[in-house]
Structures are given as structure tokens and as C-alpha cells.
Design a protein around this ligand. Structure first.
Ligand code: EPS
Length: 384
């Protein structure tokens, strides 16, 4: 039984994006329609640019499935690019500050930033969403729900309830173009995007992912690379344009005394059959993680996305061919991709949670994974 991992390949204007997912148990049904619905959600959101009018992202399975189910082999999904023109696309010699253009060109010894940007582009997140959507199929089998949404955009903070149900969050965010749960925040966020566009500028924001229905004990405090909080931070922090990741109270925890940070523990026998096995908290400042392990509360992860680096107005830059000061290059781009980033965050978090799930409840087949979970649940309930 291999560890659950994924690899992506493909350039923004190459033939296709590819994702290879290894380590899924056999017997898991894979619904490509559900994966494609996630890809469509990633393409949407207010503030997107011209590319999303060209593409119609949809995944084809090249391997790993038989009659719609996994058979234990690596799953390979391909998402073609309609705007396939990597060989003809023009050179870019004036790096966009904030993008990978400059550092990548120096690193790979070229004055053509396109060599770097083709892969650095957030188009790669298409493949990551496909991987996460596959992983969500596993989580779904166990009633785990992973919901990402926009928590802040262009300085407008969403008025989100900390005890919203999964349905309230997902129905709320799906009802508007900025993917935020509370309808009252939508217009102000859209206005921030319109103002940035008029000023030939861009805006960033904060996305949040909540995962419901997790038992305590996923992740581990024994080895640093299995700490689930660390894994989630890398997963979210590696999304293009992300500059910060918080779990639960996050940085705010550093400003408060311990008595106002830690979540007191209670036992409620009426919740014994829930995924928390009856162990409850009245607050969730820890964001569902203690010691790098889930604690049975809702997992809460936030990520900060900077504004997109491709500015209509350009920025001061240097022509790498002439070393003369010039404005940065402009390519077709988005004014805001924070709604799309909330879909990416949801899916990369889902993948890490599924990885942790399979490390704890491992098995070559879904039946064995289920049996391992059932054994654990019975053993926890039998502790006292
Ligand atoms: C993106 C595709 C890209 C950009 C955007 C995200 O397409 P193109 O570069 O052809 O317009 O719209 O990428 C960036 C903002 C970036 O900085 O790379 C996508 O599929 O999400």
C-alpha cells in the first residue's frame, strides 16, 4: 500500500495538464462529473480574465480506473488546454515584480521569462484541483466534508458564523460569484474588484477551508513530516500567489494568554456516535488540530493570497536583454482570482486530509480502509 501522493505536469499554454495520483485504495468509485464540476468552479469567480472564456476544463482518465472504479494502480487524469500555443507565445523580457519571472529567469539562465512563467502560472492549479476532487471521493465515503470559501477580498471581511453548518456554507458560497457564504458581503467584494480593474490594478484576499466530520487522531506528533498542520501549511502555502497560512486562531493566538487560546475539553455522551466520539469543545481556536493531529473538531485553515502580479498599469522593472529600466510586461490575466483560489485551497486540503486518513486507516481496498476505521471507532468508544 503506497502513500497517497500526487504529481502534476503541464504548462499554461502546453498541450494539457496532467495529474498522477498514487496510493488510492481499490474499489473507490470515481465520478468524473464531480471532478469536472470542481474544475468548472475553479474556472469561475468574479474578476477572472479572458483565458477562462477560452478554456472548458474537463478531465479524461488515462489510467487507474476500470468501470468507473479504482483498481489500486496510479490514477492519471488529463485536462487539455484549448489555448495551446507554447511554441508561438511571445518572449517576455521585462519581469513582472511579484511573479516568478525574475527569479526563474536568473535561475534557469535565460532572458525569456516565458520559460519560467509557463509552469509557474496558476493554470497548474487545474491539476491540483483534479487530484483533490479525487481524494474527496474517498472522504465522501466516510461522511467527511471539505468546504472552501472566500473569507476576505480586497479588504472586505466576510461576516462568517463560526458555527455555520456545511450546507449553510456551501449553499451560501455557491449562490454568488465571489464564493463567499454570506450574501451581505457580495456587493462590497465585487465593488473592490471593479475598482481595481478600473485602476488597472489587482486585488488579493483570504480563503478559508473547513473540514467537517474528522475523527481525532489523523496526522502524528511522532514525526515532523506527518504533522498534519505542517502538511496543510505546505499544501496551502504552495498555491500560486499565497503568502500566509493560518490554522484556527493562527497568528492571533500569539497575542493572547493561554487561558484564552486553548479549547477546554468536555464529554457529551449524546455525541458518542459522532466522529468526535463525544469529546467536545465550546471554542475551536485550535482549528481542529493539536500536536499535529486532528482532535475531532472542525478543521479550519486559512490562506492569504496576494494580488495577481500581472498589472495592467505595469510596474518598474528591468529589461533582462538590455538591462535598461522599463515597465513590466503585461499579458492577459485576471484582476482577482481569490474565488478560484478558494476552490484550489479546498482541494489541496482535501488531498492532505485523505493522505492522513489513509496513513491511519490503510488498506489495499476500500473495504479494508473501512474496516480499519470501524475498528478504531469501536476501540475509542471502548476506552472508557
Ligand atoms: C489561469 C490561467 C492563466 C491566467 C491565470 C490563471 O491564463 P493566461 O496566462 O493564458 O491568461 O489567467 O494565471 C495567472 C494569473 C498567473 O499569474 O499565472 C488559470 O487557469 O487559473
Amino acid at each position: 500500500m503506497a502513500e497517497l501522493i500526487y504529481r502534476t505536469a503541464g504548462e499554461s499554454h502546453g498541450r494539457a495538464l496532467i495529474v498522477l495520483v498514487e496510493g488510492l485504495p481499490a474499489g473507490l468509485s470515481v465520478d468524473l462529473d464531480l471532478i469536472n464540476a470542481e474544475l468548472r468552479r475553479r474556472q469561475g469567480g468574479y474578476g477572472r480574465g479572458g483565458r477562462m472564456k477560452i478554456e472548458q476544463d474537463a478531465a479524461t482518465a488515462l489510467g487507474g480506473l476500470r468501470r468507473g472504479e479504482t483498481i489500486g494502480s496510479p490514477v492519471v487524469l488529463q485536462i487539455p488546454n484549448r489555448d495551446f500555443r507554447i511554441d508561438e507565445a511571445p518572449e517576455i523580457n521585462r519581469p513582472r515584480p511579484g511573479h516568478a519571472d525574475f527569479a526563474g529567469s536568473i535561475k534557469w539562465l535565460t532572458t525569456d521569462c516565458r520559460e519560467t512563467l509557463e509552469r509557474a502560472s496558476a493554470r497548474e492549479t487545474t491539476a491540483r484541483v483534479a487530484a483533490g476532487a479525487l481524494a474527496k471521493g474517498l472522504l465522501h465515503e466516510f461522511g467527511v466534508r471539505c468546504i472552501g470559501f472566500v473569507a476576505e477580498l480586497g479588504g472586505v471581511r466576510a461576516a462568517m458564523s463560526t458555527d455555520a453548518t456545511p450546507d449553510e456554507l456551501s449553499n451560501g458560497r455557491d449562490a454568488n460569484e465571489v464564493y463567499t457564504p454570506d450574501a451581505g458581503d457580495v456587493e462590497a467584494m465585487m465593488k473592490a474588484i471593479r475598482e481595481a480593474e478600473a485602476a488597472q490594478d489587482t486585488v488579493g484576499g483570504i480563503v478559508e477551508v473547513r473540514v467537517f466530520g474528522l475523527p481525532p487522531g489523523l496526522g502524528s506528533c511522532m514525526t515532523w513530516n506527518d504533522k498534519l498542520d505542517g502538511r496543510l501549511m505546505q499544501a496551502v502555502g504552495s498555491i500560486q500567489a499565497f503568502k500566509g497560512v493560518e490554522i484556527g486562531l493562527g497568528f492571533e493566538a500569539a497575542r493572547r494568554p493561554g487561558s484564552q487560546v486553548h479549547d477546554a475539553l468536555y464529554y457529551d455522551a449524546s455525541q458518542r456516535d459522532n466522529s468526535n466520539f463525544g469529546f467536545v469543545r465550546r471554542t475551536n481556536h485550535a482549528g481542529g488540530l493539536e500536536g499535529g493531529m486532528t482532535n475531532g473538531q472542525t478543521l479550519v485553515v486559512r490562506g492569504a493570497m496576494k494580488p495577481i502580479a500581472t498589472l495592467g498599469q505595469g510596474m518598474d522593472s528591468v529589461n533582462l536583454k538590455t538591462l535598461q529600466p522599463e515597465r513590466s510586461d503585461y499579458e492577459r490575466s485576471d484582476v482577482c482570482a481569490v474565488p478560484a483560489a478558494s476552490v484550489v485551497a479546498e482541494n489541496v486540503v482535501a488531498f492532505e486530509v485523505a493522505r492522513a486518513w489513509l496513513l491511519k486507516f490503510s488498506g489495499d481496498t476500500l473495504r479494508e480502509v473501512r474496516a480499519a476505521y470501524d475498528y478504531y471507532a469501536a476501540a475509542v468508544r471502548g476506552l472508557a
